[in-house]
Design a binder for this molecule. Structure first.
Ligand code: F3S
Length: 305
C-alpha cells in the first residue's frame, strides 16, 4: 500500500487505482471526547464503588446511537425532561456538551444530586455572552437551528427577548423590524458561510449592534476542510448520525461541491458501488462520530471500491 501525505487533509491512501482522502478533522472534537470519556470514567468509578448510585445523562450525551446504546447497556439512564429530573432522588447527572438553560442548572443544584457538567467551554462562553448582553438590555439573535438542545440552552441564559434565525430568509424578515439594540451570536456548529451571509443581511440594514462569531474552531475547520476535499474528489462520504446537526451541515457543504455525496450513519448505509468514473474518494465525519465507525467505513472503501 502506498501512503501519501497530503497538505490539505489527513492522508491519502491508494489501493488498486482509487485514492482516498480522509479529512484530518473527521470524528470526535475535544468537547465530545471529554463528555463521552467522563461518562465512561463515571461508569468505571461506580463499578469500583460499594455504594453504587445511578448514572444519568441529561438528554443524549452525543447524537450517536451506537455510543448511546453502549452506555445504556452499561446502565446509564437518560433524563428526557424537567419532570423526569424532578422525580430523581439520588444519583449522578451528567450535563452534555450542548449545555442546559440556567433554569435547569438551578433546578439541578437544588436537588440532592451529584452534578457533572461537561458543557463544552465554547458553549459556556456563549451562555456568558448572552447573559451579559441581555442584562445590558440587548435582544439576542442566535443563528442556529430552532429546537436544537444547544440553542434551547443558550436561549435559557438570556434575560431579554430571543430570536432564532435559521436562514437568510428569516434574517431578512427580522432585519426589517429589529433595531441595533441587539447581539448576534451563533450555535457553535452553524454553517460558517451561512453565518457570514446572515450577518451581511443585517449589515445591509446598517446594523450597528454587537456581533460575536461563536462558531467553534473545530466546526469551522471541519467545514472548510470538507468543502475543500469535496471540491477535489469524485465522490464524498460523510459519516454521522441522522440527528447530528453538525453532520447535516457537512453534508450540505459537501453537496454544494460534489454531486456524489453520500451520507452514511454506519457501514451498512454505504452504496454497493460508486459511479464508474470515480477515482478519488473523500471521507469526513461529524463531531459525534466514533473512530471505530470511521475506521470501518474507510477499511471497507479501501478494500471494496
Ligand atoms: Fe465544543 Fe466545538 Fe465540539 S463547541 S462540543 S468543540 S464542536
Amino acid at each position: 500500500m502506498n501512503i501519501i501525505t497530503a497538505q490539505n487533509a489527513g492522508f491519502c491512501e491508494t489501493e488498486s487505482e482509487k485514492k482516498i482522502i480522509i479529512a484530518k478533522n473527521a470524528g470526535f472534537c475535544f468537547g465530545v471526547r471529554r463528555a463521552v470519556d467522563t461518562v465512561y470514567d463515571e461508569i468505571a468509578d461506580q463499578a469500583r464503588n460499594a455504594n453504587k448510585i445511578p448514572i444519568y445523562t441529561y438528554g443524549l450525551i452525543i447524537h450517536n446511537m451506537e455510543v448511546v446504546k453502549d452506555l445504556e447497556a452499561k446502565g446509564v439512564k437518560i433524563i428526557h425532561n424537567e419532570d423526569e429530573l424532578k422525580a430523581i432522588s439520588h444519583g449522578t447527572v451528567i450535563i452534555r456538551t450542548h449545555g442546559v438553560a440556567k433554569r435547569i442548572h438551578q433546578l439541578m443544584s437544588g436537588l440532592n444530586l451529584n452534578i457533572i457538567d461537561t458543557t463544552c467551554p465554547y458553549v459556556r462562553r456563549i451562555h456568558q455572552i448572552v447573559e451579559k448582553e441581555s442584562r445590558e438590555g440587548r435582544r439576542i439573535i442566535i443563528t442556529g437551528n430552532l429546537g436544537h438542545p444547544e440553542v434551547e440552552g443558550i436561549t435559557g441564559w438570556a434575560e431579554s427577548e430571543v430570536f432564532v434565525v435559521e436562514s437568510e430568509q428569516d434574517a431578512r424578515i427580522l432585519a426589517e423590524k429589529i433595531d441595533d439594540n441587539a447581539c448576534i451570536v451563533s450555535q457553535t456548529t452553524f454553517n460558517y458561510n451561512k453565518f457570514q451571509d446572515i450577518v451581511d443581511i443585517f449589515m445591509e440594514k446598517c446594523y450597528n449592534g454587537t456581533i460575536v462569531n461563536t462558531i467553534c474552531n473545530a466546526t469551522e475547520e471541519r467545514q472548510i476542510e470538507t468543502g475543500r476535499i469535496a471540491k477535489e474528489v469524485d465522490a464524498m462520504i460523510v459519516i454521522g448520525d441522522i440527528h447530528s446537526s453538525n453532520t447535516a451541515k457537512l453534508v450540505e457543504i459537501s453537496q454544494k461541491e460534489c454531486a456524489n455525496t453520500y451520507f452514511v450513519q454506519t457501514l451498512k448505509d454505504l452504496p454497493s458501488k460508486l459511479p464508474e468514473t470515480t477515482t478519488l474518494i473523500g471521507i469526513t465525519a461529524g463531531a459525534s462520530t466514533p473512530n471505530n465507525i470511521i475506521e470501518e467505513v474507510q477499511k471497507h472503501v479501501r478494500i471494496n471500491f
